[in-house]
Write a protein that binds this ligand. Structure first.
Ligand code: ADP
Length: 471
């Protein structure tokens, strides 16, 4: 099958979170399984762009409302990522340093989608499926079906994957002029609560919808930022498929970011060596259990409760634990963490920012990973942690509850709690400190979770079944 993935992120080209990881890996494993998977994404000004070779694949033009623009599709020349990678260059609009966060993001991603659809419309053949990811590509199924200029694509099946239903790309109806000539009777396919809602439109117009875990699919029916009724209504075409992880990138035996490599067999020694390096770098004590948090410092991740929960457990455990934070997001939370560095020197440190290298070192060197998320569609961090023998401490929600078994249950290896509250996090850290004292138990849990298979190889088939059902 020829599968065209359309996304705003793709690791290692540009990544802000889990979406990038998934779109960087799934197509690679689809190609290994014998499909022709391709990725098309915006051309940002990233390191990857300047360090690689490109050929011009197509030049075209389109309109965003009254604004006429030209676009260029460039292709990575060496198949470096294991699949064909295409970038869409729209001068002045997409070629920026960051992926998101500009005032004109609506215009940027709408123009991107128009360019992608108009490019595919120019092909002599048609792909077997167009696979769109999150709201930045949510208007594509609508455009393919209801825009007069793209009628050649009308019969091509589409899959829309929801990695995060909280962000929906809302825009006022005044922006409907951006969408190329469309069948005005189909207004309802764009609308939700008197706005154009790209995420809702993707759900309504795609042939099939997938979410990145089974539990998240169910959760969307009662917690999806206003779209609960829609998910209830469309449940017949929604399928939950748990994300995989790229076992080639995330492998403690070969990880290019680590100084000390290890396998499940020598996990205790390997982790100790990595922990020592990390603790030296951040002034922490390698003799104590090391708890880390890696992620966006936002409400979804319940990062706001972490400063108080950490201070509370430093108090309750009488300083018997170390904490290291890596993340950025809400300025208030960033500030709180920064304020904690001096008074808790020797047991707490924080790096505010995004650092891929450090994140790998933290998965390898930590004993426990904290994920108190209020919402977690799949969550990759806990799977990376497991692969590196780090015990995940998670709230029972979405993909976290689909992947982590509490150590109190049969074959358990993690710690689960119910509320995103200071009390629950503090209590769970207490449980972790107790189990850390029993190094034999720790080793058993580490070895067990390192052997769990979350690879894409085993997940690719589930997507293939979804594509096959579209005909
Ligand atoms: P989300 O996509 O909601 O942010 P996921 O758990 O699905 O969460 O994926 C997060 C990904 O982003 C993981 O690969 C994680 O290691 C990475 N990540 C998040 N924040 C940072 C950061 N500050 N520095 C480095 N990597 C980060």
């Amino acid at each position: 099958m020829e599968i065209i993935h359309v996304s705003a992120e793709c690791y290692p080209v540009a990544k802000a979170g889990g979406l990038g990881d998934v779109v960087g890996a799934l197509p690679k494993y689809q190609c290994k399984a014998g499909h022709i998977a391709k990725v098309v994404m915006p051309m940002y000004r990233t390191k990857f762009l300047y360090e690689n070779e490109w050929t011009v694949d197509f030049k075209g033009s389109a309109n965003l409302g009254n604004w006429f623009f030209e676009y260029t599709i460039i292709k990575e020349a060496t198949n470096k990522l294991g699949f064909d990678l295409f970038l869409v260059d729209i001068n002045g609009l997409l070629d920026r340093q960051k992926i998101y966060g500009y005032d004109d993001d609506t215009e940027r991603f709408t123009a991107f989608q128009i360019a992608v659809v108009s490019w595919m419309n120019s092909w002599e053949h048609q792909p077997d499926v167009v696979h769109c990811h999150d709201h930045h590509t949510g208007l594509i199924p609508f455009m393919m079906q209801y825009c007069y200029d793209f009628s050649r694509l009308q019969g091509v099946p589409t899959v829309f994957t929801i990695h995060n239903g909280q962000y929906q790309g809302w825009m006022g109806w005044d922006k409907s002029r951006y969408i190329p000539r469309w069948d005005l009777w189909k207004r309802g396919m764009l609308d939700w609560a008197d706005n154009i809602n790209p995420l809702a439109s993707g759900v309504k117009c795609a042939t099939k919808v997938t979410t990145v875990s089974w539990s998240y699919m169910l959760e969307l029916r009662y917690n999806s930022n206003g779209l609960e009724k829609l998910f209830e209504f469309e449940q017949g075409k929604c399928v939950g498929i748990l994300n995989g992880i790229d076992n080639e990138v995330w492998d403690p035996k070969t990880d290019k970011y680590l100084t000390h490599h290890f396998s499940a067999k020598e996990v205790t020694k390997g982790k100790q060596q990595n922990k020592k390096v990390l603790c030296e770098q951040f002034g922490l004590n390698p003799g104590k259990p090391l708890f880390v948090f890696i992620g966006r410092l936002v409400g979804e991740k319940a990062a706001d409760i972490l400063p108080d929960a950490i201070m509370s457990s430093i108090h309750h455990t009488q300083g018997q634990a170390n904490f290291l934070i890596l993340g950025s997001g809400d300025t208030q939370v960033e500030w709180q963490f920064q304020q904690m560095i001096a008074p808790f020197q020797g047991m707490f440190n924080a790096v505010i920012g995004y650092d891929e290298t450090l994140s790998h070192k933290m998965y390898a060197g930590a004993d426990f990973l904290l994920m108190p998320s209020r919402v977690e569609p799949c969550g990759l961090n806990q799977m990376y942690a497991m692969r590196y023998g780090t015990v995940p401490i998670v709230r029972s929600t979405g993909g976290l509850q689909d992947t982590v078994v509490d150590m109190g249950d049969t074959d358990g290896f993690g710690i689960r709690f119910n509320e995103a509250s200071i009390y629950d996090v503090d209590y769970s850290i207490g449980r972790a400190v107790s189990v850390y004292a029993d190094q034999k138990h720790m080793e058993k849990m580490r070895k067990h979770m390192m052997q769990i298979d979350h690879s894409w190889e085993s997940t690719v088939d589930e997507y293939t079944q979804v594509y096959a059902s579209l005909k």
